[in-house]
Design a protein around this ligand. Structure first.
Ligand SMILES: [Zn+2]
Length: 295
């Protein structure tokens, strides 16, 4: 009997050890939509590789740096300025000062503001390799995760039209990060690329300049992320929100939910948000019980 128990114990230990040895490495792609008020800032992590796309406005820089440090990130492999507007590039100044950055990717669209010039000066001072992303280019960020610029038009008249739009693919799960791309950009992307994506970072903070119904029909997003704060532009517009509802997307916003973190494996994803009250309020108004309302 004693012998039997000993064998059972050994078997248990062996299985326990084996289960640890054979456990798959963490294959999660984590995309953080950082709440920077009115603006964009998106952090992407995959197996220790890191990329920050935009940093919100200048006064959001400190929040972004704090967020990176809190997430254990002292070093960024890539920083991307999707286009030179202050609500995207401003916060990158503090990031470039405080965090070690390996590469900077830029739209190539120039701007004459002090903010944009200061960002460029810092890149030069720190001798960070600086590259311009080409339209359609594939970025070798963290294979096997695929990353393609579906829009990057440095020759555009309008700064928003120059926006770098990335599609990121991890197995079956796609993210489309629309920056401030316009409806014209959307139509061009629809004609040139497969824009289908489970998760859409809605273009231009929900402005009427973006997110046409034709585009949404091709993207077919399950989840829509709106990035905005208190603003005088009327972002997001009611029309865009109603289009997102019509397409059946679940809407999250940094304004209501704070920081939004999407963790994807190759065939599913989950979403965690800093604040839950928006969903709670929606549940109180819901006429029928929905599963997440029990939480
Ligand atoms: Zn913007």
């Amino acid at each position: 009997m004693q012998h039997c128990r000993y064998i059972l114990l050994l078997t248990f230990l062996f299985l326990h050890l084996f289960s640890h040895v054979s456990a798959a490495p963490d294959d999660s792609l984590v995309v953080h939509f950082i709440d920077v008020g009115q603006g964009d800032s998106t952090l992407i992590e995959y197996r220790g590789q890191t990329m920050l796309i935009d940093g919100g406005r200048r006064d959001a820089g400190e929040k972004v740096v704090t967020y990176l440090k809190k997430s254990g990130i002292e070093h960024l492999d890539y920083v991307v300025a999707s286009h030179p507007d202050a609500d995207h590039v401003g916060g990158l100044i503090e990031v470039l000062r405080e965090v070690e950055v390996e590469h900077v990717l830029d739209s190539g669209k120039e701007h004459t503001t002090d903010t944009y010039i200061e960002y460029l000066k810092l890149v030069e001072e720190r001798e960070i390799p600086f590259d311009i992303v080409n339209h359609g280019e594939t970025i070798d960020f963290a294979p096997p995760v695929e990353m393609q610029a579906l829009n990057a038009l440095s020759e555009s008249e309008e700064r928003n039209e120059s926006s770098i739009v990335f599609k990121i693919t991890h197995g079956e799960i796609d993210f489309l990060l629309a920056s401030d791309a316009t409806k014209d950009n959307e139509m061009r992307m629809v004609n040139e690329f497969d824009v289908e994506a489970e998760i859409l970072k809605v273009g231009h903070h929900g402005s009427k300049t973006s997110t046409s119904m034709d585009f949404l029909r091709k993207v077919q997003p399950e989840t829509a992320i709106l990035t905005y704060g208190e603003n005088e532009f009327g972002h997001p517009t009611r029309r865009v929100v109603s289009r997102l509802n019509r397409i059946g997307a679940t809407i999250y916003s940094t304004y209501e939910h704070g920081d939004i973190v999407v963790t994807a494996d190759t065939n599913s994803y989950n979403i965690e948000t800093e604040k839950w009250y928006a969903i709670y309020d929606r549940c109180r108004e819901a006429s029928e019980l929905i599963p997440s309302c029990g939480m």
